[in-house]
Every structure is written in C-alpha cells, then in structure tokens.
Design a protein around this ligand. Structure first.
Ligand SMILES: [Zn+2]
Length: 205
C-alpha cells in the first residue's frame, strides 16, 4: 500500500489535475490524503466551498483533507506556507506526491509547487499535474482514466460556488476537464487520460 498526498492551492485544483488518477490509486487499496491551502477562490463563501471540497474528496475516496489554515494574507508568505507544508509532509511521509506544476500564471500555484518540492527530498515519487492556468507542460507520464471519467466529472461539477468566479466565466471547468482528458487520452490511445510531468518517478522492476 502506498501513502499518497495530493496538494492543491485551491479547492477543485486537485480534482481537475489528478482526480481520476488518485481515485484509481484509491480503488487499488492505497491511502489517500489531500492538502488544500486556500478555502476561498475569488471571494467565494469559504464555508460552502469547504463543504463542496469535502464532498468531492469523498467521491474520490480521500481519507483526510488537511487545510492550509493560514489567513488569506499569509498564504503567499513563503515562510508560513513552508511551515504548514513541511508539517503535513513530515507527518504523513508519503510515497507519492501530486502538486500543480510551477509553470503557471497564478503566482500562488508557482509558490506552492516550489515549497512542496523543497520539502520532498525524501519522497520517492513526485508528479506535477496541470491546471487551467498552466502555461508550459510536457505530458510525459500518462494514466488511463477512461473508466473513472464520470466520477471525475461529478467531483468537479460539485463545486457550485466556483461557478460565479472569473475563471469559470472564462471556461466551463467540468467540460474543459473532459476535453483535456480526451487530448491526453490520444497520447496512449484511450478515451480519457490524465498527464503528469515527473520530478521523480521510481519504477519498480
Ligand atoms: Zn488554483
């Protein structure tokens, strides 16, 4: 059994980037936890968003959600973010970490990715996922999620409070995630896939 930690800056980042893959790991008996730094996204109501996140995580079999527990003004302060991220990684000692790629136009995503990386020297496997604000991404590790695409869609669609945010006016997140899944699926000739960039991936032969 592997211990897996999926990390995201905002609610729904993880579901979008690696929701199908972590659910697949869960169905194969692995232990799954999440760390989400912010409980808000463009002034959404944090109580509703937290409830939506908890429900979506439960759909994907996540055992526990850790929150950043930082006031919004502190979530971009590297030292405070570093202390929180370090504690979660040290306590869980995961075998595999998923976090958004640092190649992103959202500064909070960039900062998070860098801080997670610097606290993951002892983590055997480390994969970057893509978000809707990713700018440069080489899809090098591919996972077939065809059988779980409906679960992923449901987990993303559940985020009702995100529908009024600016980013959602620009793109319909559940549909965009399916379209991207189709494009990534072409890389391995399946209907839907998720893609990752490896920082470190140990192949057990
Ligand atoms: Zn985000």
């Amino acid at each position: 059994m592997m211990k897996i930690l999926a990390i995201g800056q905002h609610p729904c980042d993880i579901e979008f980037g690696c929701g199908g893959t972590i659910f697949k790991y869960k169905l194969k008996g692995n232990h799954l936890e999440m760390l989400i730094i912010a409980d808000q996204c463009n002034n959404t109501d944090s109580d509703s968003l937290k409830k939506e996140q908890e429900y979506s995580a439960s759909l994907l079999g996540v055992k526990k959600i850790h929150w950043g527990e930082l006031p919004e003004t502190d979530s971009l302060k590297a030292n405070k973010l570093n202390t929180r991220v370090k504690k979660i990684i040290d306590d869980l000692s995961p075998d595999l970490i998923f976090v958004n790629t640092p190649s992103d136009t959202d500064y909070s995503h960039k900062l998070l990715a860098e801080i997670v990386l610097s606290n993951s020297r002892m983590v055997r496997n480390f994969l970057y996922y893509e978000t809707i604000t990713t700018i440069d991404f080489k899809p090098q590790v591919i996972v077939d999620i065809t059988s779980l695409i409906d679960d992923k869609y449901k987990a993303i669609k559940n985020f009702e409070s995100l529908k009024d945010t600016t980013e959602h006016h620009r793109c319909n997140l559940p549909e965009y995630s399916q379209s991207l899944g189709k494009i990534r699926g072409r890389l391995m000739n399946v209907q839907y896939a998720e893609a990752f960039e490896p920082h470190r991936l140990i192949i057990n032969l």
